[in-house]
Design a protein around this ligand. Structure first.
Ligand SMILES: Cc1cc2nc3c(=O)[nH]c(=O)nc-3n(C[C@H](O)[C@H](O)[C@H](O)COP(=O)(O)OP(=O)(O)OC[C@H]3O[C@@H](n4cnc5c(N)ncnc54)[C@H](O)[C@@H]3O)c2cc1C
Length: 420
């Protein structure tokens, strides 16, 4: 990935009564629309969303909704009447198919065209599939509420102790495996690498994640390769996963959790620069009168000049609001977007949390606790600086490192903080 700076062209402020289009009706798009109203914009705000549902929260899909603890109605960001008060025009179940930044026009799959004065691109990301498995019954990825309900239905059809195979032990795969085991499923989790999450967290913390699974009785199999899937819908073994050593594993459902791709397929010929996401400058401007936010946006981090794309809930919420303010203000008054990235993942009874941006090859120093104890603090060294902090079930302590990361503290300062 190229780290060269992206310079978006100058953009004038959007007039108060101008039309703002938001493509993507999820967290980043909704936060952008809320901020647009909060800033006093009186013109139309049109939100185009491919899903038929009003904006909802995705994290509970692999946690409370999947386990049945929450019904789907609990995950909507707003009650319908609260959404009404924002005066937003939702066009749901519709997909933007083309963008012309010269004429400032969007085209949708129902043939409608929308002329805009300002545009927020917040189309997020969609799941990767194992090649050739998209159409196999009872094989899922998990991104949407409908995916979650489909997985639940397959597990319910599998009886009291349904069999689930999870392919990929990343954060989503791990949460799905842990949650489903928690409701009585027999789960096998397959991982192609020697440890889960090694590319993101490094080997040492990847091993800690593997230990966490095994300590909770998960059947985690690392360094295994899936050769192909076989299907027998209606039969006693609806799906068979065949490994490249010939092992055959049968299941009532399979969830593939092998990562996501930014949703940029509709932006060909748009004039936007697309490079593993929509390229943006430090202020989230992608082009004249166009900003991007959330999982789809790749922007230049002001503190380091790094080009990053972040797939976390907090980033989508913060970037949506920030991008909207900058869009209204125009480039001359725009402010850089420099968050301290944060994410969490709930697995078994453990809350994994991280702030900062780790690199798989960073040195990692565990300053307290351990994976076995289920409580731990680990610091990532990036050169002579603190790069990131990973904790297990230590939320208050994690936040104590936030000011250090925001200030670009040295690794020695972080060690001194840990000792204090
Ligand atoms: C199961 C699950 C669990 C998660 N758990 C956590 C967690 O514990 N912690 C954490 O930090 N993060 C978590 N995340 C990640 C977090 O939910 C995402 O970072 C966040 O949803 C990103 O928001 P977004 O608005 O950028 O994109 P998305 O939520 O992906 O929304 C984009 C929307 O745009 C729509 N769209 C795409 N293309 C078009 C188009 N051409 N026209 C119209 N609409 C379009 C999509 O259908 C989608 O509704 C989780 C994600 C998932 C799926």
């Amino acid at each position: 990935m190229s780290d060269c700076l992206y310079h978006a062209p100058m953009s004038d402020p959007v007039s108060k009564d101008g039309t703002i289009a938001v493509v993507g009706a999820s967290l980043a798009g909704l936060r952008a629309a809320e901020e647009i109203r909060h800033e006093g914009h009186t013109g139309p705000v049109i939100i185009i969303g491919e899903e038929i549902h009003a904006p909802y929260d995705r994290p509970p899909l692999s946690k409370q909704v999947l386990s049945g603890k929450w019904g789907p109605e609990r995950i909507h960001h707003h009650a319908p009447d609260a959404l009404d008060t924002l005066g937003l025009e939702f066009r749901l179940g519709r997909r933007a198919t083309a963008l012309d930044t010269e004429t400032r026009t969007l085209t949708c799959n129902d043939g409608t065209e929308i002329a805009y004065d300002g545009l927020v691109v917040s189309t997020g990301a969609s799941t990767r599939w194992l090649s050739g498995t998209e159409a196999i019954p009872h094989v899922w990825t998990l991104r949407t509420l409908d995916d979650c309900l489909g997985i639940k239905a397959d597990l319910a059809a599998g009886g009291d102790s349904p069999r689930l195979i999870v392919i990929g032990a990343g954060f989503i795969g791990s949460e799905v495996a842990a949650t489903c085991q928690g409701i009585g499923a027999q789960v096998i989790m397959l991982e192609a690498h020697h440890t889960p999450l090694a590319r993101v967290l490094g080997d040492q913390m990847g091993q800690m994640c593997a230990d966490l699974h095994r300590a909770n009785g998960m059947d985690l199999r690392c360094s295994v390769r899936v050769d192909h899937l076989e299907s027998d819908p209606g039969g006693p073994d609806p799906v068979t996963v065949v490994l490249d050593d010939g092992t055959r594993l049968v299941a009532d459902a399979v969830v593939v959790g092998i990562g996501v791709e930014p949703c940029v397929d509709w932006l060909g010929d748009s004039g936007l620069t697309v490079d593993d996401g929509v390229r943006c400058d430090e202020s989230l401007f992608a082009a004249d009168r166009v900003v991007a936010a959330g999982d789809v946006a790749r922007w230049t981090l002001p503190s380091t000049g790094q080009s990053v794309r972040v797939e976390h809930w907090t980033n989508a919420a913060e970037a949506g609001a920030h991008a909207a303010r900058n869009l209204l203000a125009g480039t001359a008054a725009a402010t850089p977007y420099g968050p301290v990235p944060f994410f969490w993942s709930d697995q078994y009874a453990t809350k994994i949390q991280m702030i900062g941006l780790p690199h798989g090859d960073d040195e990692v120093v565990v300053v307290s606790g351990s994976g076995e104890e289920g409580k731990m603090i680990a610091l990532y060294r990036s050169g002579d600086r603190l790069g990131a902090v990973l904790t297990l079930s230590q939320p208050a302590k994690l936040m104590g490192y936030r000011p250090l990361l925001a200030a670009g503290a040295s690794f020695d300062e972080a060690l001194a903080h840990a000792r204090s």
